[in-house]
Design a protein around this ligand. Structure first.
Ligand code: WTA
Length: 646
C-alpha cells in the first residue's frame, strides 16, 4: 500500500517549540534519564514546597505503586488561576459559546478567580473539605468549570459524570465514591433540546441516598423540584459568600479527580488521578502537542464529562495561561456550519475534535464548511478513536484548506494526557497514524505471550515505564487496578489497544483488543450493555459486540435470546433499545438487535464472541474454527437472520 506522507511545513519547523532534531534530542534524553528529564519539566508548574524526589514507581506484580514529585506541595487551582493574575488578570481565560448561537460569554482570569472562589465558599459552607468526593453532573456551562476548579481549590475530589448518563448510571457513580454533595443544573441544553438534569439527580438519589447537599445552577430557568434542607440554588448561595478563598496546600499525590470509565468486565472503574504529576503532564502535552503560544485561542470540542474535557478544555490550557473555548452545543445545530462559524466568531487558532464528528460533517458535504472563512485556524487535532484516512484527508483539505497540520492524538482516561501524537513542527504526518511517542513514553508492542516484538510489527500495545500523568489506582480497589492493567503482561502497563508499528517507527492504533467498544469516541463495555439487557424481564440471555459503523466508528450489535414463549416482535425490539437507553444512557443504545433463539457456545457453555463479532462484521466466509461449538447449526441461523446495517 502506498502511504501518503505530509512533511513538516518549513514555517512550522521554524516557529514551533520543537523541530525534528529537537524532538529526537528531547525524546532520547527523556528515555535515557527520566529522573533528570522530569526533574526539569516538573518545575513548569508552581510548587508551594518544591519536590526533591522525582519518581518513585514500581510495576512489580502485586505491588504496583506510582508516585511522582511526592514530596512537593502545590494546588491545581492556584496553578490554573492565581499564578496568572499578575500578568494576565484581564486576559480571557474561558470563551463560552452557548447552544444558541446568540449566546456567548468571555471570562477573564480575574473573573475566573472570583467565580471559583465563590463556588468554593458555597461548597465549604456545606461542609466540603479536603479529600471529600463531589459529584458534578452538569451541562457545558462555565459553572461546570468553576465547580471543578472550586473542588481543586478546596482539595475535594471531583467526579464529573457526563450529562448523557441515566439516573441509574449516575446513582452507581455517586454510590461508588460515596459523594455527599452533588452539583447539577436545572436542565441542560443541547441542539435546542432540554435534558432534565435535576430530575435525573433526584431519581439517582432516590435510588442510592447518602447525599446531603445538591447545589443547583440555573441554566434554562425550568421549574424543578427543590427539596428543602438538601437542595440549594447556586445563585442564591453565591450571593451570600465572598470572592476570596485560600488554596488548600496539596501534596503531589493527593487525589484531584475520579473519572468513571468502562472496562471489559464489571462496573465502570473509578480512574483516580492525583495532583502534581497530572498537571505537569496535562500542561506539558497541551503546550507541545498543540504548539500552544501566548495569545492563541484553543478549542477542544469534548464534553467536560470525559477525560479530554478535563485535560484539554480545563487543566492543561488553564495551567498554561491559555484562552480556552467551551461549547455547550452540538456540531449540527442550528446547522452543519456551526463548528466553522464558531471558529470564525472567536478566531480560533487550534481546533481539537473527534473522528465521529468529522465523519458526520463530511457526509453533509463541503458547502457548509466552504461558506465560512476559517482563516484563523492553524492546527487541527483528532482524538477518541482511530481516524480513517478518508476522514483525515477531508479534515485536512476541506476544513484546514491544506494549510493546517493534523495532530492525531492517542491516549486514554487512564493515561491522563496524550501519549502518542505528532508534534506539528517535528514529525511528518501519515493519515491514520498517531505517529510517535511523546517525551518519556516507551511504547512496546507485544505478542499474546508477552514477548516484545521489534521493528515493523503488529500486536498489543503496552507502555514499558511510567509517566507523570498516569492514573494511580482504581478508586477503592487497588487490586482491580493491578489486575486490569499490570497482570496480562507483568512489568508493563497494558493499554487494551492493538497496534501496528511501521518501518519508520510510526504507531498505528488498530482498536481495542478487549471487550470494550468505541462508539462515537465513547468507551462502552459490552458487558455493561449485556447486563442492562438481561435485566429486562423478557430477556434470558444477551451478547453484545461492536461492528463497523460509517459515522460512529463502531455500532452496538446485540444478540438477544428471549424467555421461553416470548414473541420476537418489532415492538419488543424497540422496547429493548429504549430500555438500554434508560438503564445506561442514550450513548449505549444498541444500533441493531437480533433475536437469537440460541447463541454459539462451546461445549462448556462459553459464548463464542469471536463468531458473533464476525457475523456482525459481515465476515461470514471467515468464521474461523467452529469445531468446538456445541451445536454448529446455531451459526447458520444467526447468519440467516442477521440484522441489516442500513
Ligand atoms: C481509543 C479518550 C486511535 C483507544 C482520550 C483508547 C484512539 C480509547 C485514539 C480510550 C486515537 C483514543 N487513535 N484510537 N487517536 N484516541 N483512542 O478513555 O481505543 O475515552 O484505548 O480516552 O480510545 O478512550 P478514553
Amino acid at each position: 500500500m502506498q502511504e501518503k506522507v505530509y512533511e513538516v511545513p518549513a514555517d512550522w519547523a521554524k516557529r514551533a517549540y520543537v523541530d525534528e532534531a529537537r524532538y529526537n534530542e528531547m525524546y532520547e534524553a527523556s528515555i535515557r534519564d527520566p529522573e533528570a528529564f522530569w526533574d526539569e519539566h516538573g518545575r513548569r508548574i508552581d510548587w508551594f514546597t518544591p519536590y526533591e524526589k522525582v519518581k518513585n514507581v514500581s510495576y512489580a506484580p502485586g505491588e504496583v505503586s506510582i508516585r511522582w514529585f511526592e514530596d512537593g506541595v502545590t494546588n491545581v487551582a492556584y496553578n490554573c488561576i492565581d499564578r496568572h493574575l499578575e500578568t494576565r488578570g484581564d486576559q480571557t481565560a474561558i470563551i463560552w459559546e452557548g447552544d444558541d448561537p446568540s449566546e456567548s460569554r468571555l471570562i477573564t482570569y480575574r473573573e475566573l478567580h472570583d467565580e471559583v472562589c465563590r463556588f468554593a465558599n458555597v461548597l465549604r459552607n456545606r461542609g466540603v473539605e479536603k479529600g471529600d468526593r463531589v459529584t458534578i453532573y452538569m451541562p457545558m456551562i462555565p459553572e461546570a468549570a468553576f465547580a471543578m476548579l472550586a473542588c481543586a481549590r478546596l482539595g475535594a475530589i471531583h467526579s464529573v459524570v457526563f450529562g448523557g448518563f441515566s439516573p441509574d448510571s449516575l446513582a452507581g457513580r455517586i454510590e461508588d465514591c460515596a459523594s455527599k454533595v452533588v452539583i447539577t443544573a436545572d436542565e441542560g441544553l443541547r441542539g435546542g433540546r432540554k435534558v432534565p438534569l435535576k430530575a435525573n439527580v433526584d431519581a439517582a438519589i432516590a435510588k442510592v441516598g447518602g447525599v446531603d447537599h445538591v447545589v443547583v445552577v440555573r441554566r434554562t430557568g425550568a421549574d424543578v423540584a427543590m427539596e428543602p434542607g438538601r437542595d440549594v440554588w447556586y445563585h442564591e448561595a453565591a450571593a451570600l459568600v465572598t470572592s476570596e478563598c485560600p488554596c488548600e496546600p496539596m501534596e503531589a499525590e493527593d487525589p484531584l479527580f475520579i473519572l468513571y470509565t468502562s472496562g471489559s468486565t464489571g462496573k465502570p472503574k473509578g480512574v483516580l488521578h492525583t495532583t502534581g504529576g497530572y498537571l505537569v503532564y496535562a500542561s506539558m502535552t497541551h503546550q507541545y502537542v498543540f504548539d500552544y503560544h501566548d495569545g492563541d485561542i484553543f478549542w477542544c470540542t469534548a464534553d467536560v464529562g470525559w477525560v479530554t474535557g478535563h485535560s484539554y478544555i480545563l487543566y492543561g490550557p488553564l495551567a498554561n495561561g491559555a484562552t480556552t473555548l467551551m461549547f455547550e452545543g452540538v456540531p449540527n445545530y442550528p446547522d452543519n456550519s456551526r463548528f466553522w462559524r464558531v471558529i470564525d466568531k472567536h478566531q480560533v487558532n487550534i481546533f481539537y475534535t473527534a473522528p465521529t464528528a468529522i465523519r458526520a460533517l463530511m457526509q453533509a458535504g463541503d458547502e457548509p464548511v466552504k461558506k465560512t472563512s476559517r482563516t484563523s485556524l492553524r492546527l487541527l487535532g483528532s482524538v477518541g478513536e482511530p481516524i480513517n484516512p478518508e476522514a483525515w484527508e477531508w479534515y485536512y483539505r476541506v476544513v484546514g484548506d491544506g494549510r493546517c497540520p493534523i495532530v492525531d492524538t492517542w491516549w486514554q482516561t487512564e493515561t491522563g494526557g496524550i501519549l502518542i501524537s505528532p508534534l506539528p513542527g517535528a514529525i511528518a504526518l501519515k493519515p491514520g497514524s498517531a505517529t510517535r511517542p511523546f517525551f518519556g513514553i516507551r511504547p512496546e508492542i507485544v505478542d499474546a505471550e508477552g514477548k516484545v516484538l521489534e521493528g515493523a510489527t503488529e500486536g498489543n500495545l503496552c507502555i514499558a515505564d511510567s509517566w507523570p500523568g498516569q492514573m494511580r489506582t482504581v478508586y477503592g480497589d487497588h487490586q482491580r487496578f493491578m489486575d486490569t492493567y499490570f497482570s496480562t503482561y507483568p512489568g508493563k502497563y497494558f493499554t487494551g489497544d492493538g497496534c501496528r508499528r511501521d518501518a519508520d517507527g510510526y504507531y498505528w492504533i488498530t482498536g481495542r483488543v478487549d471487550d470494550v467498544i468505541n462508539v462515537s469516541g465513547h468507551r462502552m463495555g459490552t458487558a455493561e450493555v449485556e447486563s442492562a439487557l438481561v435485566a429486562h424481564a423478557k430477556v434470558s440471555e444477551a451478547a453484545v459486540v461492536g461492528y463497523p459503523h460509517d459515522i460512529k466508528g463502531q455500532g452496538i450489535y446485540a444478540y438477544v435470546t428471549l424467555m421461553a414463549g416470548v414473541e420476537p416482535t418489532e415492538e419488543l425490539r424497540k422496547e429493548l433499545v429504549q430500555w438500554v437507553r434508560k438503564e445506561i444512557g442514550p450513548i449505549a443504545s444498541p444500533d441493531l438487535v437480533q433475536f437469537a433463539p440460541n447463541l454459539p457456545k462451546t461445549r462448556s457453555g462459553k459464548i463464542m464472541r469471536r463468531i458473533l463479532r464476525k457475523i456482525a462484521e459481515d465476515e461470514f466466509s471467515n468464521l474461523g474454527d467452529t469445531s468446538t461449538l456445541a451445536d454448529p447449526s446455531v451459526v447458520d441461523d444467526l447468519i440467516h437472520n442477521r440484522q441489516n446495517k442500513r
